[in-house]
Write a protein that binds this ligand. Structure first.
Ligand SMILES: Cc1cc2nc3c(=O)[nH]c(=O)nc-3n(C[C@H](O)[C@H](O)[C@H](O)COP(=O)(O)OP(=O)(O)OC[C@H]3O[C@@H](n4cnc5c(N)ncnc54)[C@H](O)[C@@H]3O)c2cc1C
Length: 539
């Protein structure tokens, strides 16, 4: 009897607490939105050169975007076009000058078209890319993108990353409902487990707060803000050392070039009509010092002898000119901690080795998925319900993201030289398999290009390469030592691909339809006023 009484007391207290909590949360929500309404914030739009032009306005912001790089600027334009009021805060609005994000795969270009941003690769001297050329031990093979089914304009594009980003920023800032402001976000503002906005420092050093029902963090690979929104497991297998070769003719015009060098791959691709980007992979955490000349020495003695002879002189001239840049190559599987009021996108959310140039394609594809999920919703204010609904994003993005991520990680490992005979057999088998042509080259290339985002096809091709490698070892004379190498080749291949697949999530990758969030419908209470795409007049 006493026990029942105690139980009743506990239940009543819990119930009372829940009611009280809801009342307070409701009060807080209305306080936050009235604060945002009464803030009367200064709106800032940018001109092309990054200068700020101010206009006064008093708006309820729907979405704050942190970072206007590839993901942030494309997302801002996309949401703005759908009628959202967006406040973008970017640390530096001047044109970025960097060695990342210079080759957009055709699958990424298709996403750009879907987002209406394809004109952002026009008038920046971007080059069309029709496939890759692979070089190993003096032999080479051309791997064309399977573009026959597409419009002649569809291909990869390579360019100066900064020019591309400026075009997207300009296009986003041209929408009347987008504020693009220069400022550095210092923290996310949370309240009872819900993100309500951000704290940021303006260009002239003022500390301000901005509020919105949804904050999307796109602050790139060095993200300081991701920690509270995901469980980051960052791996850094190597760095890229970047050079620009001037006025040099690549052996295959309008193709990416991958040299299977020792110890790891070297890339070349055009970034304008007169410049070729070279990225030399240097395994490990450290690179030779640029300042004391070790890097130039390394490039000339270890790397130059392995580049195709046609571009040897241009390569050495580029080393002599200096301007050598480095960038760490990071990979980080998506491991979200769904948080009401906030979302991560781009490299802040998920990274893969840049060998296959897949980062921008994944970011743009994610934006298409998110756009389609948000489109039926007018009201983003019910953060917990929105957060639950958006859990489907993590599964819906998987076919494209996991295919590109897994291929990048696996191919990087396969393409590195190794003292292990079995690993070198796998590397040679991969080169020979791709050289077979037909489905053996178009299959893997269409996975890499983002044109065929099918994880199962990736696994099948990966093990087909391994079986091909074993077959070459055993035919015509299957000696015990060759059988042993073959067995190690298969186990090595499994050791490469299975951990990557595990990190991507087996269920989400291969059986997305079994994930309950996959079927999540838009919450009814958020659909009050259905928003039409291109809702803003004149867009
Ligand atoms: C060496 C290398 C080469 C690569 N090559 C390719 C390639 O050829 N093709 C490809 O598709 N991908 C490539 N990638 C990957 C590609 O660069 C990224 O996937 C892509 O840039 C991700 O876009 P993002 O918007 O997430 O990050 P970014 O484009 O880096 O943008 C992040 C933005 O956030 C801003 N920011 C950061 N912190 C703050 C803050 N606190 N407040 C306000 N703003 C902030 C930054 O100034 C920046 O503008 C490469 C990566 C590396 C490392």
């Amino acid at each position: 009897m006493v026990d029942l009484y105690a139980l009743g007391l506990i239940l009543a207290s819990v119930l009372g607490f829940v009611v009280l909590y809801n009342l307070m949360a409701k009060k807080n929500r209305s306080r936050v939105s009235s604060e945002a309404r009464s803030e009367g914030v200064q709106t800032v739009t940018t001109t092309t050169n990054g200068e700020c032009r101010s206009i006064e306005s008093d708006v309820d912001v729907d979405v704050i975007i942190v970072g206007a790089g590839v993901a942030g600027s494309a997302l801002a334009h996309t949401l703005g076009k759908d009628g959202r009021k967006v406040h973008v805060i970017e640390r530096d609005l001047s044109e970025p000058d960097r060695i990342v994000g210079e080759l957009l795969q055709p699958g990424g270009y298709l996403k750009l078209i879907e987002l209406g941003l394809q004109d952002c690769v026009e008038d920046i001297d971007a080059q069309q890319v029709f496939g890759y050329a692979l070089f190993k031990d003096g032999k080479n093979t051309r791997l064309s993108y399977p573009l026959e089914k597409f419009h002649s304009d569809v291909s990869g594009r390579s360019f100066h990353n900064g020019r591309f980003i400026q075009r997207m920023r300009e296009k986003a800032a041209s929408l009347p409902n987008i504020r693009l402001e220069q400022g550095t976000v210092t923290s996310l503002l949370g309240e009872n487990g819900t993100i309500k906005g951000v704290q940021y420092k303006t260009k002239d050093g003022k500390e301000l707060a901005a509020h919105a029902p949804l904050t999307i963090v796109c602050d790139g690979c060095f993200s300081n803000l991701r920690r509270s929104l995901c469980n980051p497991q960052v791996d850094m297998p190597s760095s890229f050392v970047g050079l620009v070769l001037e006025n040099c003719e690549l052996p295959y015009a309008n193709h990416g070039h991958v040299v299977l060098a020792d110890p790891s791959p070297i890339l070349f691709y055009p970034i304008s009509s007169t410049e070729v980007r070279c990225l030399v992979d240097v395994p490990g955490q450290k690179v030779p010092s640029i300042s004391n000349g070790e890097m130039a020495k390394y490039l000339k003695t270890m790397v130059a002898p392995q580049v195709p002879p046609e571009i040897y002189d241009s390569f050495v001239a580029a080393v002599d000119r200096g301007n050598i840049r480095t960038m760490p190559n990071r990979s980080m599987p998506a491991a979200p901690q769904p948080t009401p009021g906030a979302l991560l996108m781009g490299d802040a959310f998920n990274m893969r080795h840049p060998l296959t140039g897949g980062g921008m394609t994944v970011a743009l594809s994610d934006i298409v998925v998110l756009r389609d999920l948000l489109r039926p919703l007018r009201d983003l204010n019910d953060a917990p319900t929105l957060c639950k609904y958006l859990e489907s994003f993590y599964t819906l993005r998987k076919p494209v993201a996991s295919t590109i991520n897994t291929l990048a990680g696996a191919l990087y490992k396969v393409f590195c030289a190794s003292p292990d005979r079995a690993r070198n057999e796998m590397r040679q088998a991969c080169f020979d398999y791709l050289s077979l042509g037909g489905v053996f080259s178009t299959g893997p290339v269409s996975l890499l290009s983002g044109l065929n985002p099918r994880p199962l096809s990736l696994v099948l091709h990966f093990f087909a390469v391994a079986v091909y490698g074993v077959g070459r070892l055993l035919v015509p004379f299957p000696s015990p030592s060759r059988m042993w190498i073959g067995a190690r080749l298969i186990s090595g291949a499994s050791a490469i691909i299975f951990p990557i697949i595990k990190a991507e999530g087996v269920r989400q990758m291969f059986f997305p339809a079994t994930v309950p969030a996959y079927y999540r419908a838009p919450p009814v209470n958020c659909q009050a006023r259905s928003l039409k795409p291109d809702a803003i007049k004149g867009l």
